[in-house]
Design a protein around this ligand. Structure first.
Ligand SMILES: C[S@@+](CC[C@H](N)C(=O)[O-])C[C@H]1O[C@@H](n2cnc3c(N)ncnc32)[C@H](O)[C@@H]1O
Length: 270
């Protein structure tokens, strides 16, 4: 194997690590009969149904970015970094998945307490296992199985939503709850796909990849509930802005964080 191939296929800490992608393809392929039924009926296929292949693929794909790139990306935006360094900061990580983002935030901000929330039982077990294996930060992190729409009012200095708003059947309801959870001066940072501002054909490579994920995983997941916003992976900035306004946020800006894989960072403030 060449060094380049070895990095992509075996180096779990490399930003070039892509091996886990194979598992989400397998998870989706196994669900093909259910997906075809969903396409025919307008129904959905829930995240839990995709099983460990999707859940662990998601966590393993994003882990190197959270561990290797997130701290410096956040440090490069002084207003965000200062907020997260607030003494006794409480930081929520909604839709925390395997909690690698929560763990990375706890390491980057040693005075903060972190609360990860996820609605999926098996994902919460994975997150708790991952957190327990990090003795340097575990005691500052709690993981709760909960719909993020249930987050307590006036409880957070800041909140994060990493690659999950586009999956939510009720994104406005969740964003409104997060807005109410923020203490004065707080902010919600949303990391989601860096898709184009508008649909165009032929789409860029990122658009094509994200529509692939959307049709096979994220949109069916969101459509597994009724009613559903039916957002899907290709959540354009204007779509998020509409959700943010409907949820009562006063501003949404795009953070100057470039070259962060497939993602873009938004800051929502009251
Ligand atoms: C695509 S995964 C992203 C996980 C993680 N943030 C990451 O970046 O690896 C989306 C996650 O959001 C969770 N989720 C979806 N809707 C939610 C809700 N209303 N409240 C809490 N978690 C939710 C799912 O269970 C899933 O673990």
């Amino acid at each position: 194997m060449t060094a380049g191939a070895a990095e992509v296929l075996t180096n779990e800490r490399s930003l070039a690590y892509l091996a886990p992608l194979t598992r989400i393809f397998v998870g989706a392929a196994i669900q093909m009969p259910a997906l075809l039924e969903a396409y025919r009926t307008g129904g959905g296929v829930g995240w839990a149904q995709y099983g460990a292949d999707a859940r662990e693929s998601q966590a393993d794909m994003n882990r190197p970015w959270y561990e290797g790139a997130l701290p410096s990306a956040l440090a490069s935006v002084p207003e965000v970094d200062d907020l997260l360094r607030t003494p006794d900061a409480v930081i929520a990580d909604i839709g925390c998945g395997g909690a690698w983002s929560t763990i990375a935030l706890a390491r980057a901000y040693p005075n903060a307490r972190l609360h990860g929330y996820d609605i999926d039982t098996a994902t919460v077990e994975l997150a708790k296992t991952n957190v327990r294996a990090q003795p340097d930060v575990a005691e500052r992190i709690t993981i709760t199985e909960s719909d993020a729409a249930g987050i307590a009012e006036d409880s957070c200095t800041a909140a994060f939503a990493f690659e999950c708003v586009h999956d939510m059947p009720a994104p406005v309801e969740v964003l409104a709850a997060v807005r109410r959870s923020l203490k004065p001066g707080g902010a919600l940072i949303v990391m989601d796909e860096a898709v184009d501002d508008e649909f165009s054909a032929p789409g860029s490579d990122i658009e094509r990849l994200m529509y692939g994920f959307s049709l096979t995983v994220c949109l069916p997941d969101g459509m597994n509930h009724t009613p559903s916003a039916g957002t899907g992976t290709v959540m354009r900035p204007s779509t998020l802005r509409g959700y943010a306004e409907a949820a009562g946020f006063g501003t949404m800006d795009i953070l100057p964080i470039e070259d962060f894989g497939f993602w873009r960072f938004y800051r929502l403030t009251v």
